[in-house]
Design a protein around this ligand. Structure first.
Ligand code: AMP
Length: 277
C-alpha cells in the first residue's frame, strides 16, 4: 500500500496507477462502515484496478469549531485498517496542502442542501461538494463510493455530478449498523457509556414511526420515542420526499424519515425509507 501526503505526490502516483481507479472519500477514524465501502470499491475496481482511500478531516465542511477540534484522528490505526482491507493507495493531505489561504471558489448546491442537515449546518454541503470535486480531479478516478447513511450527501453528490458533467460514476453502499441497530459512525466513540446504551433508540423510533399510516402519526410516534429519553435533544425530525428531499406528507411516493439528534455535544443522524416504491 502506498501513501501520498500531498496532491503533487498523488498526481505522480496516479499517472501509473492501473485503471479503473475507484475512490472512497473519508474523514478517517475508520470503522466497519468504511470497510464495507472499501470492499464495494474493490468489487468495482476489480482485482487489478486501483482502490484509493482519502483520509481528510475537511475543515471547510465543519460549521462548529468545537466539532472540528474534537473529531478523532487515529491515523496509524486507519492506515492499518486500509492495509488490511487491501487498499492500494491512501491519500492523507493536510488542510494547508488542500486549500490556498486566499481560495475563493466554492461549489454550491442550492436545492437539495437547504433542508435536513443543511438547514442547521450552514456551509456544510458547500464544503463537502468542494472537497469531493477536488478529490475527483486530483485522483482522476472513474468511480467513487459513498455511504447511504449520509443520504442527503449522496443525493447532493449525484446532483453535482449530473449538473457539472463530472465523469465519475457514483456508487451507493448500504448503511452498516451495530447489532443493536445503531448506525456505525466515527462520532460514536465520543458517546458516554450511558449515551451509547441509549442511542439505538434512534433507529428503533424511526422504524416504529415508519409503520404508521399517516405522515402526522409517523412523525408523532418517532418524536415521542426519541424524546422519551432525557439524554436526547432533537435537531430535526422530518419526513421528506426521497427524490426532492422536500418535506412531504405523501406516503404514496418513496419518502425518507430522517433525524439528527444531539447526545450532549455529539450529533448523530439516522433515517429509514418508507412510502410506496
Ligand atoms: P465519514 O468519514 O464519516 O465522512 O464517511 C465517509 C464515507 O463513509 C461516507 O460516504 C459515509 O456515508 C460512509 N459511512 C459512514 N458511516 C457509514 C455506515 N455506518 N455505513 C455505511 N457507510 C458509512
Amino acid at each position: 500500500m502506498d501513501i501520498a501526503e500531498t496532491s503533487q505526490t498523488l498526481r505522480e502516483m496516479m499517472r501509473n496507477a492501473p485503471r479503473p481507479c475507484v475512490l472512497v472519500p473519508t474523514m478517517g477514524s475508520l470503522h466497519l462502515g468504511h470497510v464495507a465501502l472499501i470492499q464495494r470499491a474493490r468489487q468495482a475496481a476489480g482485482p487489478s484496478g486501483t482502490v484509493i482511500v482519502s483520509i481528510f478531516v475537511n475543515p471547510i465542511q465543519f460549521d462548529r469549531p468545537a466539532d472540528l477540534l474534537a473529531y478523532p484522528r487515529p491515523l496509524a490505526a486507519d492506515l492499518a485498517q486500509c492495509e488490511a482491507a487491501g487498499v492500494d493507495l491512501v491519500f492523507t493531505p493536510t488542510a494547508e496542502s488542500m486549500y490556498f489561504p486566499n481560495r475563493s471558489v466554492t461549489v454550491t448546491e442550492s436545492s437539495l442542501s437547504l433542508g435536513l442537515c443543511g438547514a442547521t449546518r450552514p456551509g456544510h454541503f458547500d464544503g463537502v461538494c468542494t472537497v469531493v470535486l477536488k478529490l475527483f480531479l486530483l485522483t482522476g478516478c472513474e468511480a467513487a463510493v459513498f455511504g447511504e447513511k449520509d443520504f442527503q450527501q449522496l443525493a447532493i453528490i449525484h446532483r453535482m455530478v449530473r449538473d457539472l458533467d463530472v465523469p465519475v460514476e457514483i456508487i451507493a453502499s448500504p448503511t452498516v449498523r451495530e447489532p443493536d441497530g445503531l448506525a456505525l459512525s466515527s462520532r460514536n466513540v465520543r458517546l458516554s457509556p450511558e449515551q451509547r446504551a441509549d442511542a439505538p433508540r434512534l433507529q428503533a423510533a424511526l422504524l416504529a414511526g415508519a409503520k404508521q399510516a399517516t405522515a402526522g402519526q409517523v412523525l408523532q410516534v418517532a418524536r415521542q420515542l426519541i424524546e422519551a429519553s432525557p439524554l436526547t435533544r432533537i435537531d430535526y425530525l422530518t419526513l421528506v420526499d426521497a427524490v426532492t428531499l422536500q418535506e412531504t406528507e405523501n406516503l404514496d411516493r418513496p419518502a425518507i424519515l430522517a433525524t439528527a439528534v444531539f447526545y450532549g455535544e455529539v450529533r448523530l443522524i439516522d433515517h429509514v425509507k418508507l412510502g410506496k416504491r
